[in-house]
Write a protein that binds this ligand. Sequence first.
Ligand SMILES: Nc1ncnc2c1ncn2[C@@H]1O[C@H](COP(=O)(O)OP(=O)(O)OP(=O)(O)O)[C@@H](O)[C@H]1O
Ligand SMILES: [Mg+2]
Length: 245
Amino acid sequence: MPDTAAFLEVTDLTAGYRRGLPILHGVSMAVNTGEIVTVIGPNGAGKSTLIKAVAGLVIVEGGSINLGSKDLIGVAPDRLGSFGLSYVPQTANIFTTLSVAQNLALAARRCRSEPEVRIAAMLDLFPALAERRAVRGSGLSGGQRQVLAIAMALIAQPRIILMDEPTAGLSPRASQDVLELIGKIASDGVSVLLVEQNARMALGVSDRAYILADGQNQMDGPAADILDDPAVAEIYLGGRRKGAA
Ligand SMILES: Nc1ncnc2c1ncn2[C@@H]1O[C@H](COP(=O)(O)OP(=O)(O)OP(=O)(O)O)[C@@H](O)[C@H]1O
Ligand SMILES: [Mg+2]
């Protein structure tokens, strides 16, 4: 029963942190099955607020959020896993005082299948984590922490992952590795909703993109078109691409 319609569909969303003071003003967006969709936009545009709205963490005052045939509004954040949705916050996304294995074990408590089997699957998939299974989160590099956070999200076998700036603070090399990992996740059929400051790199692995500013949709389209649009490059991508005419 494949979903022919958008898998995640946000329509005319009004949401924020206090009633009557919305940050998002009628935002609409969609993620189809197996797609990587990136949301870009200036600081304070409402990108994280959009992801948090889907994750059930802010106040929704209008519009709809549907995942397949399910209405997500009002669903408690800790129940979203059972709907096939995982969320990787930008910060505090692992427990730094616990080991890699302990972090995975905590995440595995939400699994429907045998936790040990899922932990073993993640250690197989990520050899760098397997080598460091006894290392505390605080002893990992920034890139390794993000891989652990992503593994903690994947362990429950989600159908969609929301990621808020997974490359923030990483070296260009580690950022590229994380984005390649995201590409691999999507090629396995998992949908990805990505917010990124590292817009050019993120657009390079994305299918489609949305630009938000002031809590409103500004533009959307295929990621390649957004990357090639000179006005977008000037305003949102920090100037023209190096080497471009
Ligand atoms: N917890 C909060 N309580 C009240 N207002 C908030 C809260 N978090 C964010 N805001 C406000 O909501 C607006 C949008 O913030 P948001 O974090 O969604 O932006 P963003 O696009 O993710 O920006 P950045 O690129 O800096 O991460 C900003 O004006 C911000 O000050
Ligand atoms: Mg943000």
